[in-house]
Design a binder for this molecule. Structure first.
Ligand code: ADE
Length: 230
């Protein structure tokens, strides 16, 4: 998968992309990231990117010219023809289902907003879809782009060592994940539930399912009702 990100703050992405799963995916040639620095397309001597809103009010707006120029350059230079995804609190809320859908695409083209948002003409003419990572406002789309990229890239075949691992994720099944334990068997007077040591795979599967149901019912009644079709 090729992931192109347009951002005025590429440094914010470099650390997380150089570590752990996202690094492994790149090392294995499964995902390639391209960071496109919006500042290079800024206007004038000061490489201006933002301006005051027409009609007044607080906050600065990203100007259309640098974004149009950058998007057109990326489309031309890298032959990217997939829709442009704008990270914004007004988008559809990202979830595991969307992560799975996106993981089947060959390209992702992400636009990070900043300040109060983008000039509406960018949305009208360039944006194909809008994604929010939750009902809160971040200072920019960079962290949201990382969240989306991380959730999607870990699903790509070959990234996680255990191919079944994603199938049992929280949300993948519609339920929250059950508890996990590793060695030692007893730690500070807390022991591993004996069923997990029994070697009885059917009993272990039953226990995990009961735990998932219980945890989901206690923590996320919305998911539980949906799952039980209530
Ligand atoms: N940019 C600012 N807030 C955001 C959010 N909640 N999701 C995606 N992008 C954003």
């Amino acid at each position: 998968m090729e992931i192109h990100v347009i951002t005025a703050f590429p440094q914010t992405l470099i650390g997380p992309l150089s570590d752990s799963m996202l690094k492994r995916a790149q090392d294995r040639g499964i995902a390639r990231f391209f960071l496109h620095d919006l500042r290079e397309f800024g206007l004038g001597k000061h490489k201006q990117l933002d301006d005051y809103p027409y009609g007044g009010g607080a906050g600065m707006i990203l100007k259309p010219e640098p974004i149009f120029a950058c998007v057109e350059k990326v489309r031309e230079t890298h032959r990217v023809d997939c829709p442009l995804t704008y990270l914004s609190p007004t988008g559809s809320v990202f979830n595991q289902k969307l992560a799975v859908e996106v993981s089947f695409r060959s390209h992702l083209f992400l636009l990070c907003g900043h300040y109060k948002g983008i000039d509406e003409r960018v949305r009208q003419a360039l944006v194909g879809e809008e994604i929010s990572i939750g009902d809160y406002v971040l200072t920019g789309g960079e962290l949201a782009a990382l969240v989306v990229a991380d959730a999607v890239v870990r699903l790509l075949p070959g990234v996680m060592s255990d191919i079944d691992s994603a199938d049992t994720d929280s949300f993948q099944t519609g339920l929250l994940d059950h508890p996990h334990y590793t060695r030692p068997e007893s730690f500070r007077d807390m022991s591993v539930p004996s069923v997990l040591l029994s070697g009885n795979h059917q009993e272990i599967a039953n226990w995990r399912r009961e735990q998932s149901l219980e945890i989901t019912r206690n923590k996320r009644m919305d998911l539980y009702k949906k799952y039980m079709d209530l």
